[in-house]
Design a protein around this ligand. Structure first.
Ligand SMILES: NC(=O)c1ccc[n+]([C@@H]2O[C@H](COP(=O)([O-])OP(=O)(O)OC[C@H]3O[C@@H](n4cnc5c(N)ncnc54)[C@H](O)[C@@H]3O)[C@@H](O)[C@H]2O)c1
Length: 258
């Protein structure tokens, strides 16, 4: 078990990629704090993990609210009696609009939930990691932080910011034994994308288009991303920091669409 005895805070753990990461971390021995704004689904994730015999608590947390983040970190330390070893910053939202039609409020909301939240979570876990002289932070960005896709200027900016923030933290906290990396997923089958499919007239056609976009011929599953997060969280990646790992079915190695 790769995370035996470690405490991991996973944001966005109620569903999708965050849930996949929380389940895998728990299976690998971590004591998990599942932090999410969705109390019903988040509690269900925690229940599912506890049913396997692993330790998990749910903490209702809006990661864009500083007081919530502070309380979640304190709750984890109180429950498990030890500092957080692993922070997986997964919570995020998406919204589609070209820049010339985008409201400032939507720009600010995406930047706050997707980027400022990662600063807040890091801010509150870092002091104990510094004292422990160890820790791993895994931030979920997106291939949209690396390449341009139409319709998501604010999302792309937030995800590009996550990559820069990851590198900056990695450089600054390496001296304390703390590693910081990020993962850039391609299209993953999660509630976020199921909602997109539900909004279009021909979901099967859009799904096939997504599959064709990825050279490996399928879209990803949360577990595909979770394995990468596990690698970056555990000691097997002890000489890896400041990196952005693309887990994307090969989309980032294609110059032209199919
Ligand atoms: N699904 C994809 O194709 C894809 C691709 C690249 C990157 N990502 C990124 O992966 C992450 C997870 O995406 P997903 O597809 O699993 O999304 P999802 O919508 O399926 O799940 C997101 C989770 O985050 C939670 N959340 C949203 N806002 C929150 C807040 N303010 N505070 C706490 N929790 C909050 C939601 O309640 C939900 O449980 C996001 O950062 C997303 O940008 C997703």
């Amino acid at each position: 078990m790769r995370l035996e005895g470690r405490v991991a805070l996973v944001s966005g753990a109620a569903m999708g990629i965050g849930k996949g990461i929380a389940l895998l971390f728990a299976q690998q021995g971590a004591k998990v704090i599942a932090a999410d704004v969705n109390a019903q689904a988040g509690s269900a994730t925690a229940e599912e993990i506890r049913a396997t015999g692993a330790k998990c608590i749910f903490h209702r947390t809006d990661v864009s609210a500083e007081a919530d983040v502070k309380a979640a970190v304190a709750a984890a330390q109180k429950e498990f009696g030890q500092p957080i070893d692993v922070l997986a910053n997964v919570a995020g939202i998406a919204h589609e609009s070209p820049a010339h039609l985008l409201d400032l409020a939507d720009w600010n909301r995406i930047l706050t939930v997707n980027l400022t939240s990662m600063f807040l979570c890091a801010k509150y876990v870092l002091p104990a990691m510094i004292s422990a002289k160890r820790g791993s932070i895994v931030n979920i960005t997106s291939i949209q932080g690396l390449f341009g896709f139409p319709g998501y200027p604010h999302y792309a900016a937030s995800k590009g910011g996550v990559i820069s923030f990851t590198r900056q933290l990695a450089r600054e906290y390496a001296q304390h034994g703390i590693r910081v990396n990020c993962i850039a997923p391609g299209t993953v089958e999660t509630p976020m994308n199921v909602q997109v499919l539900e909004r279009v007239p021909n979901p099967a056609e859009l799904r096939r288009a997504w599959e064709r976009m990825h050279p490996l011929g399928r879209i990803g599953q949360p577990i595909d991303v979770a394995w990468g997060a596990l690698f970056l969280a555990c000691d097997e990646s002890s000489w890896v920091t400041g990196q952005c790992l693309s887990i994307d079915g090969g989309i980032s190695c294609s110059v032209l669409p199919e």
